[in-house]
Design a protein around this ligand. Structure first.
Ligand SMILES: *[C@@H]1O[C@H](CO)[C@@H](O)[C@H](O)[C@H]1NC(C)=O
Ligand SMILES: *[C@@H]1O[C@H](CO)[C@@H](O)[C@H](O)[C@H]1NC(C)=O
Length: 369
């Protein structure tokens, strides 16, 4: 074993040890006092990672984007998934069992999805293909934007639609790192993410904010006076005012105990925020010294993403919180027993059910409230 291998191995062991220790301690935390609910699993065959969940204007679905680049639709009466849409015209070698991280650049990786109630079109934030839309019949989606004010997108991630004028608010998580490299994106403290707006009439993209640290999920407030977006690296939700005397200003809406992914409005009020994992002490430490993160990445002779997947197996579970319109915690959801939901990417609430997406699980979680 070379010294580099030894350092890599030692780092992983340290991550695991700290994580286990951290989990034992966190049992004492107040946040755990939510009701214990039984989760069901809706399996997905030959693909992983149902990242975002949406229902069409008839209430059918859910629809979700998965690791092989497809958007699939749940047929409730047949109890199975069918293929609905794709984001890339190249489909050769995309489907089937292999590591989709190696093909997602060509096959597409649909992340945030949202239906327009007026037209029935599905809008898709694809990490590699940009902003797309597809009609109610599905098929190959059309690209509607691939760059903003001359600079190309790198990692399109979350979106929400203003249902009355059709404008779309969406995030580009980084101008340097693609989705496959989201761990270095976090560890280097990258600040090149953007929040943008696409307008239906002009078909133009406007940049609203730059220099963001991994902007991710987006959700408009109920009255449209503000929008929220997750800033993943900083473990927080930001509020960007669209109207009122505070228009065009930014403030911290909520500080979280984990790395937030998508945000969805709840029909019972407030917002569901799904978290990839709890924020561990070691990561907090690395993030307070971004040069350490960069050095670690250069030093490690192994694929940092592979190391992370080993680490995530020994680390905790995904977590979600429902926050009020003022950023207070209303409810906490954490899956602690049985088949583990290792990470959560989205919680979509509909008719007393919580549909739970994840970036790396071969199923959607389903809770009946
Ligand atoms: C964003 O960061 C760049 C580089 O650090 C800096 O030059 C620029 O002024 C920043 N822009 C804003 C709007 O803060
Ligand atoms: C949608 O846009 C309209 C017109 O620009 C605005 O009045 C409304 O507040 C917005 N609604 C939301 C939910 O953003």
């Amino acid at each position: 074993m070379t010294s580099k291998h030894f350092i890599a191995l030692a780092t992983i062991i340290l991550f695991c040890a700290i994580t286990v220790n951290h989990m034992a301690k966190s049992v004492l935390e107040k946040l755990f006092n939510g009701k214990h609910r039984q989760m069901e699993f809706v399996p997905i065959v030959d693909a992983l990672g149902p990242e975002s969940v949406a229902f069409d204007r008839l209430g059918d679905g859910p629809y979700t984007g998965v690791s092989d680049g497809r958007i699939i639709k749940w047929q409730e009466n047949e109890q199975r998934w069918i293929s609905f849409a794709t984001t890339s015209p190249k489909r050769e070698g995309c489907e089937g069992q292999h590591d989709h991280r190696e093909t997602e650049q060509n096959c597409g990786r649909p992340l945030g999805i949202c239906f327009s109630e007026a037209t029935g079109d599905l809008y898709i934030a694809d990490a590699y293909m940009g902003l797309l839309k597809v009609g109610p019949e599905g098929g190959l989606a059309t690209r509607i934007a691939t760059h903003a004010q001359g600079s190309p997108f790198k990692f399109i991630n979350g979106l929400d639609i203003n249902q009355s004028d059709g404008s779309i608010y969406f995030t580009d998580s980084s101008s340097l790192y693609q989705r496959r490299n989201y761990i270095p994106l976090i560890l280097t403290g990258d600040k090149t993410g953007r929040l943008m707006k696409y307008e239906q009439e002009s078909k133009q993209v406007t940049i609203l904010l730059t220099n963001l640290s991994f902007p991710n999920g987006v959700a408009l407030g109920k009255d449209g006076s503000f929008l929220l977006f997750a800033e993943t690296t900083n473990c927080r939700i930001m509020r960007y005012w669209l109207t009122t005397s505070k228009a065009a200003t930014l403030e911290t809406f909520a500080q979280l105990p984990g790395f937030p992914d998508n945000i969805k409005r709840s029909p019972r009020g407030g917002f569901w925020v799904a978290m990839h994992s709890r924020r561990h002490m070691i990561i907090s430490w690395i993030l307070s010294y971004p040069q350490v993160g960069s050095a670690l990445i250069k030093l490690l002779p192994i694929d940092i993403m592979k190391a992370y997947s080993v680490w995530s197996k020994c680390s905790g579970t995904g977590l979600a919180m429902r926050l009020s319109e003022d950023g207070e915690i209303l409810e906490t959801l954490e899956h602690k027993s049985g088949k583990t939901m290792r990470s959560m990417s989205e919680v979509q609430e509909k008719d007393g059910h919580l549909w739970i997406g994840s970036i790396n699980m071969p199923f959607i979680g389903l809770y009946r409230i």
